[in-house]
Write a new protein. Structure first.
Length: 415
C-alpha cells in the first residue's frame, strides 16, 4: 500500500471488455468481471464558510462517524512532505481502514478540499479492488454560504449497482450529518422564580451541582459515575459517565459575579451509543440570579442538534427530562428537607397491620412528586385510572405556559 495518493484515473470500456488498470496499486482486472462505482453528493450550507464546513466534516464525519451506527478508532497524524498530514482511522464493526490527506487551511479561504481513500477494505468488502477507492470533498464559497461536493469512486469485482446504492445512502447520511451540525440549534429555554429563597445565586448553583449533577436530580435512574476534578464549593466532579445510556457529560465553564452565578455543561460526543439521545450536539447553560426582593431566578437553556430522523423524539425526551429536573430542584430549594408520607391505598391501614404508613420519601424526587400529586388528586376514580396510562403526566408536570411554576418553550435561535 502507498501512503501518497492522488485521484485515480481509470480506463473502462464495457463493449470492448478492455482491462481496468490501477496505476498506483498495479492491479489489472478484466472489465467483464468488475464495475466502476461513482457517487456525487452535494449540499449547500447556508451562512457557513468553507473552513467552517471543512472543520465540521473532520469533527463530525471523520472523527465521530458521520451519524452512522459505527465506532471510529483514529490514529495520530503522520507527516508527508509532499501531501501534508495523513490521518488514519479504522471503522468498526467492518474493520475498514481509511487514510485522509490533510492540508493546512486558511480561515478566509474561498475554496478548500480534502481527499481520502480506503487503504484496507477489511474482511467484509473483498469485492472492492484494493487501492481503487478515492474520495474528494470540496468546499466552495457561494453567495448563500458554502457548497460541499463529495465525490467517491472505486472499482468492484461484482455487485457494482449494489455498492453504488449503498454508497449513495452512506455518503448521503454523512453529508446530512455535516449539514445538521452546522444548522442553527434547537433551543429549549426554561425559567422559574422562587420567592423568599434563603439561598443566594452561588449557593443555589452549588446545590444544582450536588442534587442534579452528582445525585441525578431525583430521577429514577442508576447513579452516574463521577470522574475528574472536584468542582469548587461542591463534592461533585467535573465529569460524569451515565449508564445507561453511554453518555459522558462535562462542566465546561463557571462564572460568578455579585448577584449571578452561571455555568455551562455539555454532552461529549453524543450519537448512536447514547440512544435514545440521538443528537450531534448538546450544550446547556444554567444561570442563577439573586434579585433585590429576596427571590431567586433560574434560567436554563438547552441547545441541541438532533438527528433529523429522531428530532421529535429527542426533543420530547429532552423536554420531559430537563423540565422535571428543574421542577425537582425548585422543590429542593423552596422546601429543603420536605418529605412525602407513603400511605396504603385509600388509607386502608389494615393492609399494614395497623400501621399508618410505610415511611416517607424526599419530596424533591420524581417518586416524591408522583406520590404528592396522588395524595393531592381530587379527580374522579375514572379520571385517575385514565391518567395511570399516561406516565408523562405523573408527578410534577405542566405545559410550561405563563401560569406554570416552570415556564418553557422551544426556539430555533439563541438570543
Amino acid at each position: 500500500m502507498h501512503d501518497r495518493f492522488t485521484r485515480k484515473s481509470f480506463s473502462y470500456n464495457r463493449s470492448s471488455k478492455s482491462a481496468l488498470m490501477n496505476d498506483k496499486a498495479g492491479i489489472l482486472i478484466e472489465s467483464s468481471s468488475e464495475g466502476i462505482v461513482e457517487v456525487v453528493v452535494k449540499r449547500t450550507l447556508p451562512g457557513i464558510s468553507p473552513s467552517e464546513a471543512r472543520k465540521a466534516w473532520i469533527d463530525y464525519h471523520w472523527t465521530r462517524g458521520g451519524g452512522l451506527p459505527i465506532l471510529v478508532q483514529s490514529t495520530n497524524a503522520t507527516s508527508d512532505n509532499d501531501n501534508g498530514a495523513l490521518l488514519k482511522r479504522t471503522i468498526y464493526p467492518v474493520i475498514m481502514e481509511e487514510t485522509l490527506q490533510l492540508h493546512p487551511c486558511d480561515e478566509d479561504a474561498s475554496y478548500t478540499e480534502l481527499g481520502y481513500r480506503v487503504s484496507e477494505s477489511g474482511p467484509f468488502y473483498r469485492d472492492v479492488i484494493d487501492g481503487s477507492h478515492y474520495a474528494n470533498v470540496t468546499f466552495t464559497s457561494v453567495k448563500s454560504g458554502c457548497e460541499m461536493i463529495w465525490n467517491v469512486s472505486f472499482a468492484a469485482t461484482r455487485w457494482a449497482e449494489f455498492y453504488k446504492v449503498m454508497t449513495e445512502f452512506l455518503v448521503g447520511t454523512c453529508a446530512n450529518t455535516v449539514e445538521e451540525t452546522l444548522a442553527p440549534p434547537r433551543v429549549f429555554r426554561m425559567s422559574t422564580t422562587i420567592d423568599d429563597c434563603i439561598m443566594d445565586a452561588k449557593s443555589a448553583r452549588n446545590e444544582w451541582f450536588e442534587f442534579i449533577w452528582r445525585q441525578g436530580g431525583g430521577l429514577p435512574l442508576p447513579p452516574a459515575i463521577p470522574y475528574g476534578d472536584t468542582l469548587e464549593g461542591s463534592t461533585a466532579r467535573k465529569n460524569l459517565l451515565r449508564i445507561p445510556p453511554l453518555i459522558t457529560e462535562s462542566i465546561t465553564d463557571i462564572s460568578d459575579d455579585d448577584n449571578t452565578s452561571e455555568f455551562e455543561y455539555r454532552l461529549n460526543s453524543p450519537g448512536w451509543l447514547t440512544f435514545p439521545f440521538l443528537m450531534h450536539t448538546h450544550r446547556g447553560v444554567v444561570k442563577f440570579t439573586s434579585n433585590s426582593d429576596n427571590s431567586l431566578s433560574i434560567h436554563w437553556d438547552v441547545e441541541i442538534r438532533p438527528y433529523r430522523v429522531a428530532g421529535p423524539l429527542v426533543e420530547k425526551i429532552t423536554e420531559m427530562t430537563v423540565s422535571t429536573l428543574l421542577r425537582n430542584l425548585r422543590v429542593k430549594l423552596k422546601e429543603p428537607g420536605a418529605t412525602v408520607t407513603i400511605k396504603p391505598p385509600r388509607g386502608n391501614t389494615d393492609l399494614l397491620a395497623g400501621q399508618e404508613n410505610l415511611g416517607s420519601i424526599g419530596k424533591e424526587t420524581w417518586l416524591g412528586g408522583v406520590l404528592y400529586a396522588h395524595l393531592s388528586d381530587n379527580r374522579s376514580t375514572l379520571q385517575q385510572s385514565v391518567a395511570m396510562l399516561q406516565p408523562w403526566t405523573w408527578g410534577r408536570s405542566g405545559d410550561g405556559a405563563y401560569d406554570d411554576v416552570v415556564q418553557f418553550q422551544w426556539s430555533n435561535y439563541l438570543s
